[in-house]
Design a protein around this ligand. Structure first.
Ligand SMILES: [Zn+2]
Length: 337
């Protein structure tokens, strides 16, 4: 069994985007309803959107189950207000639930939260409870920067986030730290903002007492952990200088990295630097990088090829492909056939 911990519904039927456009239009035109009519999306549209993309690639590459969430770059929490984000998150999450109902052997849901700059976490906690309790989701994507590139929220280690963390621990679900689109022209969304956020989150975790306060809290830092594995010596040294505990004690009990790194040397480094117990297979397919690498003739995001080429002992490979995902997402077990 191979679990891909990082997939988004980037190919959702056009009705979803039409809903979003109607929502955005209403922000500047008071004659339009704040909450548009729900999009009419048929099951065969959902099937068509997946059969030629995520399901096709998954079958070709030999992966089994994808932990699946709404398109991350479209969360765009900076657009509108709390109500905008709440309506949008609910529509996106309900569609993910339909995907999971249509293909229960292939997809397990993870929620988009209705975060909004300046808003508290009440709505996000309610949507977490709804998606886990009613839709059967097993985790969330948590945006550390709902402002979309201006970083106006408190750090992830600030007590501002505690109510959400308390609910995550209660429900035993992890969060993938995942920003959305960037409205800061300095930061390209997937090339800079994503990787910056991954790196930033790790440094915040490393220098805080968050996991002393919440020993059962778990995060996945996507995209291979941003710049962190490459600069592991820097982080070890900073921890030492700052009289923080070693990384193995301070963060690696609670923080995990996926394998969304799109070349062999990057995966080689990840597996060499980060303990195998902290690495979860992920591809973020179909996502940020959709092309074929002319040097290999294979898709950049076909990360299974790189992981297989690590030539790890079978027991280690099993951890990356399956066992670590079960530890980090305990609710996954009941979803597997
Ligand atoms: Zn992603």
């Amino acid at each position: 069994m191979i679990v891909d911990c990082h997939g988004h519904y980037t190919t959702a039927p056009a009705g979803l985007q039409a809903y979003r456009q109607a929502q955005i239009a209403a922000l500047t035109d008071p004659t339009l309803p704040r909450t548009p009519r729900p999009p009419e999306i048929f099951d065969d549209e959902i099937s068509a959107s997946l059969e030629g993309a995520q399901l096709k690639f998954s079958r070709e590459r030999g992966t089994d189950v994808t932990i699946f969430s709404p398109r991350a770059s479209a969360m765009a929490h900076h657009v509108g207000d709390q109500r905008t984000s709440l309506d949008w998150a609910r529509e996106c999450n309900d569609l993910i639930a339909r995907v999971c109902a249509l293909y229960p052997a292939n997809f397990v849901g993870v929620a988009q939260l209705p975060q909004s700059p300046g808003a508290d976490l009440t709505a996000s906690i309610a949507e977490l409870e709804r998606t886990v309790g009613e839709l059967g989701f097993i985790g969330i994507n948590l945006n550390p920067d709902p402002s979309g590139g201006h970083w106006t929220s408190p750090p992830l280690t600030d007590r501002f986030w505690d109510p959400l963390y308390e609910k995550m621990v209660e429900l035993d679900v992890p969060a993938m730290v995942h920003v959305s689109s960037s409205c800061n022209a300095n930061f390209h969304a997937t090339g800079a903002h994503y990787i910056n956020a991954d790196t930033t989150a790790f440094m915040q975790f490393m220098t805080s007492d968050l996991f002393v306060r919440f020993p059962a809290l778990r995060f996945i830092i996507p995209h291979g952990g941003g710049a962190v594995p490459y600069h592991w010596g820097r982080y070890r040294g900073l921890a030492q200088d700052m009289k923080c505990p070693p990384l193995e004690e301070s963060v690696l009990q609670n923080v995990f990295f996926d394998t969304c790194v799109y070349h062999q040397p990057g995966i080689d480094l990840l597996a060499r630097v980060v303990p195998i117990e902290n690495v979860l297979f992920g591809s973020e397919m179909v996502g940020a990088v959709r092309g074929i690498d002319p040097r290999t003739g294979h898709s950049y995001d076909d990360t299974k090829r790189y992981v297989d080429a690590l030539s790890l002992p079978a027991a280690e490979l099993e951890k990356i492909y399956f066992e670590n995902a079960l530890r980090v997402y305990p609710r996954l077990r009941s979803k597997l056939g």
